[in-house]
Structures are given as C-alpha cells and as structure tokens.
Design a protein around this ligand. Sequence first.
Ligand code: GUN
Length: 287
Amino acid sequence: MSARILYGKEFAAKIKDSARLEVEELKKNFGVTPGLAVIIVGENPASQVYVRNKHKTCEELGIISKVIALPEDSTKENLLETIDKLNSDKNIHGILVQLPLPAAIKAHSDEILNRIDPLKDVDGFHPENVGNLVIGNPKLVPCTPAGCIEMLDLAGIEIDGKNAVIIGRSNIVGKPLFHLLLARHATVTICHTHTKNLPEIARQADILVAASGKPALITADMVKSGATVIDVGINRIAPKKLVGDVDFDAVKDIAGAITPVPGGVGLLTVAMLMKNVVKAAKLQLED
Ligand code: GUN
C-alpha cells in the first residue's frame, strides 16, 4: 500500500487564511497593522530567495514588511544598532535576522540574535523564548517545528501517547520539536550523529521526523509500517535538485503518511512565521 502524501501547499494555505483573518481583526479592533522586519546581511542566494518569499507572503496577508539589506562587510556593531532601532520601533512587531550570517561575524550570531526583544523574536531563538518553551509555557516558538505540529493537527494525525523519534538535535528544529511533541504528550526520542542503533530506534516511531541534513539517510528498513514520516531536510544535491533526508520512493510504500521534498512541510515555515508576527503583535498589545 502506498502512503498518504502530505503536500504542504494545502496546509500552508489554511494557516495563511487564518493569519489573514487575525490581521484583519487586529486592524479593525485595535488599529494595529502587524509589521515584520527582516535583516539580511550579504548576498547568499538561498537567503535572498527565502527573504523574498517572506516579503511576498507578508504582502499577501496585509502585514507590513520591511527588508533591511546590509552589506557583506557589516560589523557586529552595525547589526546591534539596527536591531536596537527596530526594538524601539512601534510599527515593527517582529524582527528576524536571516541566517547564516557571513563568516566574518558568524561567531557573534548568538550575541546578535539575543539582542532582539523577546516579544519581537518571531524566530523563537531568544533564550527567554527557549526557556518558556522548555517549562511548558510557550510564547514565540520556532517556525519549522511549529509547522510540523500544525501539519499533524491539520492532517488529523494523533500525537498524544505516540512514539515520536526525531533525527537531528539542532536549536532550530530538533530541540524545539522535542519540547513541542512532549507538550502534546508524545514519548519523544532524539537521535543524532553519535546514536548507536539508529535503525532500531527509528523503527519504534509512530511519528518519525528527519532533520539531519543527510540525503537519503532514512531508508525503508528504518520505518515501521503505517508510520507518519515528516521530512524536514532540504539538501541541494545538484544546482537544480533538492532532496530531503528520506528515501521517498522506497519509504512511501511502507509509511502511512509522508511529506515530500520539495513541496512538504517546508512550505509551512513561512506560514507559521506569519502566525508568529500576528502573535507578537498581540503579545505587545498586552504588554
Ligand atoms: N535560515 C534557515 N532557516 C532559518 C530560520 O528558521 N530562521 C532564520 N532567521 N534564518 C534561517
């Protein structure tokens, strides 16, 4: 039997519709138009595509979008100063620094990200937001793992009581997703590069999430029959060929549901960012 294919487009459209409605309500009830500022440093082509996509989606939903393109040779001080200005700008509710930063300032990434007002931290990377997530009081949470949960919910796939296995322990995906699944009462395991018996652990999963950055790491023998497989990987294996972390063609015959790459859960990331901008605007209304 072949798995149900979870296409991101239909889920992303639903999330964006709900964000659009919330934007209209904020305008009507409070006279507030949510605003997002994205800072991009240098000319990384992939980052430029992502930033353009965020800008376009803001415009679609009636969110104010400000893209601040800084030169490749910007200093840490230039960035901190830019963030300080946005922190005190009443028309900006969300601030995002597009990663990765250029090599010359990459080592300062944490200091730069931590300068963002936690109430405007729509990436959910600030230690205060990370801490709130860990203690079970989430405010702004990272968009990609939040998109995984939203996709499961919209697809009607139960999380409560299920065995979830995440492959990858990044701060952007693996670790926050661990806490989001735990909060939904899954039994959660994280595997990583030092895990000894990866296939055996992966086969226990009712929900298997691949976020390792290794093409075709997840083969058919690592998947339980009927499992839900979410592929967060985006690996460019040729100039125009993107693949995930899952051997899609083989795994689709074993899994119960599976996300493709491209066209899968990645499409929900920008939609969740829009939800976070709306949420940030609401948190600032309460503040
Ligand atoms: N670059 C790749 N993914 C992300 C993300 O989630 N947030 C930011 N700011 N930059 C990224």
